[in-house]
Design a protein around this ligand. Structure first.
Ligand code: NDP
Length: 460
């Protein structure tokens, strides 16, 4: 039996890596985790957590406007970016500290270094110039923001990673992309008073989401002042003498803005990790290829989270990590089921979805579609025109709920509950047997009596 320095060596102390390391160590394994930047990973340091805090901050502008209808006078409201930036950084550093504390408490060794694979059981710690061995290795290195390297002047733009640390809030920004990050930051910047333009290459933002949600979100963002230019990409960026940027689009439009942000996707962090040397197979996009148990093409190496490019969400990385630790260190073989994973986009209005879109469901079976759109009670007195959209996709034969799609206040909170019912395979009749909670927006989810007739605007 070969002797190794560690039972498990984890590369990357983000959500997935930290969870796997802690569980394996608690099960009695000798574990180390290597982190080259800061313990916490994308979610805690430059993703979900700081993003959501900025979203909260951005919501106050509408809340102040709404408050007037309820009798408040709030004409003193002023916003200070450095105060918010510092508060957010303090919070992410606090969370990073908690991660470290939890790793220490579990007995995991934290190595502040870049670890690179040498072979199936050996790693080189680059800063220390030292080799270590491990019986099992887990790659949990996450991903990074992608930049269109061939676009002239692209380096003049920032990415979401930089956005959290801006010295000053720009007065205008152009955001490239129409996905999660683009719309969340469009919501943040416009809510904070920045003149915001989104440039998206497709016809309608949020590709992959249900068509009704896409239309609703795009219309609502536009109604609240976000300029959305579809069917176009950024061809060139050039500096202007006053420090702003001249942005030329493929439709020949020219935009001038203080700031440009690339939100055109993320890529797995696999470059220079020695994966090829160790024999780990990668996809064309550079993601680690894994099986249902997160095992790579090398029997002693596993990978979880965004580096595998399955469903790139924090809770998914954590579940993959749990399944790995349960299987390998607790003798309870299990695989995470990637079906019916709910997700949220924290845009304006926020979106919460689970299960199949109408388009996806129609490819599998006959469907009944239920849809409602209404102004939430609070918005009426507030004089706020924002509407909520709710949509249910039901299998017409089995009556099973296949998908729930919500865009409106608290949609991410609502969809967590709906996800339980979808995952459990409940029928529409069972939803309808559930008594409403009144007065709420959520009650509409159990009160949608009649399916809509065929929608000529919808998919065939
Ligand atoms: P997305 O894949 O969501 O969006 C990328 C956007 O960029 C799409 O609109 C895409 O267009 C566009 N795009 C891609 N390449 C180009 C290009 N070369 N030129 C112009 N446009 C381009 O990625 P994000 O970076 O927004 O987010 C990455 C992932 O992180 C998400 O998919 C999600 O899994 C996760 N995430 C989750 C969040 C949450 O849970 N709330 C928040 C943020 C991120 P097209 O649609 O045509 O492909």
């Amino acid at each position: 039996m070969p002797q190794y320095d560690y039972d498990l060596f984890v590369i990357g102390a983000g959500s997935g890596g930290v969870r796997a390391a802690r569980l394996a160590a608690k099960a009695g394994a000798k574990v180390a985790v290597a982190e080259q930047v800061q313990v916490g990973g994308t979610c805690v340091l430059r993703g979900c957590v700081p993003k959501k805090l900025l979203v909260y901050a951005s919501e106050y502008s509408q809340a102040f406007r709404d408050a007037k209808g309820f009798g408040w006078t709030v004409d003193w409201a002023r916003f200070d970016w450095p105060t918010l930036r510092e508060a957010v950084q303090a919070e992410v550093n606090r969370l990073s500290g908690l991660y470290i504390k939890n790793l220490n408490a579990a007995g995991v060794g934290i190595i502040e270094d870049r670890a690179v694979l040498v072979d199936a059981h050996t790693l080189r710690l680059e800063r220390q110039g030292k080799l270590v061995t491990a019986e099992r290795i887990l790659i949990a290195t996450g991903g990074h923001t992608y930049r269109p390297v061939d676009t002239p002047g692209q380096e003049l733009g920032i990415t979401s990673t930089d956005a959290f640390l801006l010295n000053a809030l720009p007065s205008s920004i152009v955001i490239a992309g129409g996905g999660y990050i683009a719309l969340e930051f469009a919501t943040i910047f416009s809510g904070l008073g920045v003149d915001t333009t989104v440039v998206y290459r497709g016809e309608r933002v949020l590709r992959g989401f249900d068509h009704d949600i896409r239309a609703h979100v795009q219309a609502e963002l536009q109604r609240t002042g976000v300029n959305i230019i579809c069917g176009s990409v950024i061809d060139e960026v050039a500096p202007l003498p006053d420090g702003r940027k001249l942005i030329t689009l493929s439709n020949s439009m020219r935009l001038e803005a203080d700031q440009l942000m690339w939100a055109v996707g993320r890529e797995p962090n696999t470059r220079g990790l020695g994966l090829e040397a160790a024999g780990v197979r990668l996809t064309e996009r550079g993601a680690v290829v894994v099986d249902a148990h997160s095992r790579t093409s090398v029997p002693s190496i596993w990978a979880v989270g965004d580096v595998t490019d399955r469903i790139n969400l924090t809770p998914v990385a954590i579940r993959e990590a749990v399944a790995f630790a349960e299987t390998e260190f607790m003798r309870r073989p299990m695989a995470f089921d990637h079906a019916d994973v709910a997700s949220a986009v924290f845009c304006r209005p926020p979106v919460g979805v689970v299960g199949l879109t109408e388009e996806q469901a129609r490819e599998k079976c006959k469907v009944r579609i239920f849809r409602t759109s209404f102004r939430p009670m609070k918005n009426i007195i507030a004089g706020n025109e924002q509407k909520t959209l709710m949509k249910l996709v039901v299998n017409a034969e089995s009556d099973r709920m296949l998908g729930v799609h919500i865009a409106g206040p608290e949609a991410p909170e609502l969809v967590q509950m709906a996800a339980i019912a979808v995952k459990a395979g409940l029928t529409k009749a069972q939803w309808d047997a559930t008594c409403a909670v009144h007065p709420t927006a959520a009650e509409e989810l159990v009160l949608m009596g009649e399916p809509i007739a065929h929608d000529p605007e919808g998919p065939a």
